[in-house]
Design a protein around this ligand. Sequence first.
Ligand code: WT7
Length: 656
Amino acid sequence: MTLKSITANQLSFVPNQDFVNQANINLQKFNELNKKAQDNYELYWAELAREKIDWHKPFNSVLNQKKAPFFTWFEDGQLSISYNCLDRHVKNNPNKIALIFESDNGQTIKVTYKELLSKVSQFANALKAINVKKGDRVILYLPHSIEAIVAMHASARIGAIHSTVFGGFSSKALADRILDANANVLITADGQHRGGKAMSLKTEVDAAIELLGDKNPIKHVIVDKRINDGKCNFVALRDIWWDDFIANKPTECTPEFMNSEDPLFILYTSGSTGTPKGVQHSIGGYLLGGILSMEWVFDYKDNDIYWCTADVGWITGHTYVCYGPLAVGATQIIFEGVPSYPTYSRFWEIIEKNKVTTFYTAPTAIRALIKAGADLPKNHNLSSLRLLGSVGEPINPEAWKWFYEVVGGSRCPIVDTWWQTETGSNMLSPLPGVQPLKPGSCVAALPGIMAAIIDESGNILDKNNTGYLVITKPFPSQLRTIWNNPDRFISSYFPEEIGHGKYYVAGDSAYLDNDGYFWILGRIDDVLNVSGHRLSTMEIESCLASHPKVAEAAVVGRPHEIKGESVFAFVVTKGGVRPTGEQANSLEKELRDWVGKQIGPIAKPDEIRFGDNLPKTRSGKIMRRLLRSIAKGEEIIQDVSTLENPSILEHLKNKI
Ligand code: WT7
């Protein structure tokens, strides 16, 4: 494959000297780190792991490749991630603020490291009291809150494996995850506040457990009273209020020291099939990735006020809210609400009020903010900001420029971080005191991360050739397996078809430009990226097809001004009669709600087209390429000679 057109903006922004002078990593250190990693890969990682992590029992084994691709790191070492994130800071600086909670309605709650450790310990003791043990799975279904951080750390403190389910997922999605993880305990809230509205979460939990019927493994549901509207359903013997759960429990709890390779959490993410994958991370390697990127990419300093806007339900909320910032002892903002409430100035108000220094968000939020009020940041004093970050999808140059100039006052470097649920921490990113920035490029691999672009046969490609983005050597923070499904782990990330199973295949296509900068072009599989969140076309298709009126469905992505990509569905109804007019409109609504209920509101198609059939080849394969063109409203220039029934294209092209 050769690159046809370089759409990239080749402007570069040289880091400002004041920033470079104070940066944790400058060019010289960057080169030294890279050289060390090249010369002795294992020693490089071992030294960093010894320096950055407090080990309960030191490790001797660094990387073990005997069971490749099930690699292990620091496997004979023992540690507690909770100790590393809490106790060690309490020893040095107990009254430092760990969390600044900004609630939806503007209330602020500050929690020191000492207070956070007490809360975590108390909750951990309560979990022990209901017999939660090392290795047990605990499901969290909570709003972005102090309680979510407490529950995750409490599970980790006693060696239980948490699986956090984003509060925007439906009861069906929750039920699937409960079942796959086979969890006995679920921690939730009565509801959540977002944008001035109170929404129930507990009703989804009750529905999920009901859906599971005889298969339900959940024995205890712990419920935080967040909205406290007196309407929350309560099931005696199974449910317990958070406050009653922790009542009279001691606020000290010795951490369980775990093997470095013990699982820390499972986080479900979409793949190219209909069922989500339980990405499993282990403790030591994951923690190391979080700490190094906090120091190198986010240039973490003791007096920073750090804010990552991601919800704890996603990987960004795990690594760059729950674990990374606490591991380095940071003060961070936890924002419960949405950027649009009470006005589109909310982010800028929070930054001004708290003197935020480091602000990490997603391109979709940036685009929405530009659209709603490009001038609004100018009404606020944002001079505390010194570093900006972007994650989740490629950032378009216009959004980059606005973020850089209007939010960052042309003073703050932007770290465009490429990584994935599976990689656990940042893989590609500029280091802010090192490389000049190019809007839209993730620049380079972090020291020690061996990224490359390959062709199908595994040949490493030169500059300006589009290919598959891979990581050629095992790295500490990578996923260890797919929960319950080691075969899927191998076929998804070390596929025979791409690179002969030798490399970690990320699932993105990318190229290197003339300066050796990485540019991500998008997914190579049937995975959509809607507002920085991963959705599987197959999952939405099977959801649509499970509706009683639907015979068949195909889902593709369509470029979207704010969300990056939006869900576009083609549907054939049962009986083959294509609905038109009002009938089509009402069925469209019904199906959108159906998807919202089955998966979650983020998966709802923006638009649905009905046809008598779908365009298929003679062998019966749906021609998705064609559907993508239709979704975009493009002229069809592709060869349709292999299409069995060309007339249906006319139906699908027009919205009725
Ligand atoms: C996919 C991973 C990692 C946190 C959020 C998403 C895309 C992620 C970037 C970026 C271009 C990006 C990739 C990747 N992606 N960051 N900076 N530039 N694309 O995590 O749900 O695991 O999705 O998001 O396609 O494979 P995720």
